[in-house]
Ligand binder design. Structure first.
Ligand code: NAD
Length: 423
């Protein structure tokens, strides 16, 4: 079993390269990031002592446009993870055909242990170390795990102080009113919804008859549940970190969210979560489930929207969904992927189905560099066009080569990037 994420990424590249007989020189170029920097960031802690944090920025490839990719604050950050994530960003941008390349940053830190002031000094310190490498015409960071719009605003401010001129497009995911874009907060989910709609058409299903289970009820999962419910899909199960709820008659995600936020209770919803295990009846239409069971329900579409590596060689045999739409990054291990294909389960890959997020970021950058502000309706119209076209392209490529959708997405992306590389 391969655990190194960069090795996994390179295996995916090799698969795609084999299918399209990729020029061997270009293949060689794509096996390494253009640049990876490691920086030490001294931060004056509230206690008065100085603590030094380690950070990275990997700029993988800019054949299609400026480097683009989030910054992650997490104790598990490491150089191989950052390199892999920067490669996947290059693939994701190319799948949706936006004029951006791939990058990723990270700092080894547990931000939950830092005060707000310490996080601000760390964020400004990180920018002090990488500012010459970034800019709206070079490399455009964004939020990722445990980084927020507020952190993006501090980073923009620090960059502009160092550069000596305003450059709002240096970073995306900023708060609205500070250069942020309308629609960005739910563009990931909305992009995933367009993928679900296209998939349902291909499968000749009807929204009303299509049952859906969603693992994860955060930014991505809760927006996805609400939009799908409004469009008539039948959400039969949702879960968060505390557990989940199943109702064969359907769940109203707005109610689930309200009850989660209010700590109230109703029927089979929960107290302080999306489920109320104590109130559940085992014989009714509605019951409590755990985060393993939600992955194994007999539904039409399973949407992992929480963590990576949840569909694995260990549980893939018990997955009964007819299709999977990956909203989380990396929810399926490479071993499980092979078995999904053998079982005939269609998996719409993360690099396509959650690409609404980076597409929303691209729109933010475009508005910043053009000094424009688009309405939510304008943003959504552009997002819909790009996501539906990307889905169609990947589907056609899958049919053309008789491959799974993940490999097809990599083929589409690698072909686009390769055309722009001179060797
Ligand atoms: P989030 O922090 O807002 O929400 C995460 C959700 O997962 C929460 O509801 C949490 O309770 C739940 N969760 C945590 N542990 C769980 C467990 N063991 N089992 C089930 N649920 C659990 O995060 P998010 O922004 O919604 O991101 C979710 C996934 O989507 C991540 O993989 C992220 O990389 C990916 N993604 C998000 C965006 C975006 O714009 N938000 C873009 C692209 C990809």
């Amino acid at each position: 079993m391969i655990n190194n994420p960069f090795q996994n990424a390179m295996k995916q590249l090799d698969n795609a390269a084999g299918i399209i007989n990729l020029d061997k020189d270009i293949h060689e170029v794509l096996k390494s990031p253009d640049r990876v920097v490691t920086v030490s960031i001294p931060v004056r802690m509230d206690s008065g002592e100085v603590k030094v944090f380690q950070g990275f920025r990997s700029q993988y490839n800019n054949a299609l446009g400026v480097y683009k990719g989030g910054i992650r604050y997490h104790p598990g950050v490491n150089i191989d993870e950052v390199k892999a994530l920067s490669f996947w960003m290059a693939i994701k941008c190319a799948v949706v055909n936006i004029a951006m390349g791939g990058a990723k940053g990270g700092v080894i830190v547990n931000p939950k242990e830092l005060s707000e002031g310490e996080i601000e000094r760390l964020s400004r310190g990180y920018v002090q170390k990488i500012w010459r490498l970034i800019g709206s015409d070079k490399d455009v960071p964004a939020p990722d795990v445990y980084t927020t719009p507020q952190i993006m605003a501090w980073m923009r401010d620090e960059y502009e102080k160092l550069a000596g001129y305003p450059d709002p497009g240096v970073i995306t995911g900023k708060p609205l009113g500070q250069g942020g874009s309308e629609g960005r907060s739910f563009s990931t989910a909305q992009g995933g919804v367009y993928c679900v709609e296209e998939l349902v058409k291909k499968m000749n299903w009807k929204p009303e008859g299509t049952t859906i289970a969603i693992q994860g009820f955060g930014n991505a999962g809760s927006h996805m549940a609400k939009i799908l419910h409004k469009s008539g899909y039948k959400i039969v199960a949702v879960s968060d970190s505390k557990g989940g709820v199943y109702n064969k008659d359907g769940i109203d995600p707005e109610k689930a969210e309200k009850l989660k936020n209010d700590g109230g209770r109703l029927g089979c919803y929960c107290v302080g979560s999306v489920c109320n295990v104590e109130e559940m009846k085992t014989d009714g239409p509605c019951r409590a489930i755990d985060n393993h069971e939600i992955l194994e329900l007999d539904v039409d579409i399973l949407i992992p929207a929480a963590l990576e590596n949840v569909i694995t060689a260990e549980n893939v045999d018990r997955v009964k969904a007819k299709a999977i739409v990956e909203l989380a990054n990396g929810p399926t291990t490479p071993e499980a992927d092979v078995i999904l294909k053998e079982k005939g389960i269609v998996a719409v890959p993360d690099v396509l189905s959650n690409a609404g997020g980076v597409t929303g970021s691209y729109f933010e950058w475009e508005q910043n560099v053009k000094n424009e502000h688009w309405t939510e309706a304008e943003v959504l119209e552009k997002l819909e066009k790009m996501m539906r076209e990307a889905f169609d392209n990947v589907w056609e490529t899958k049919e053309k080569y008789g491959i799974d959708m993940r490999t097809a997405a990599f083929v589409v992306a690698v072909e686009r990037i390769a055309k722009n590389i001179k060797t």
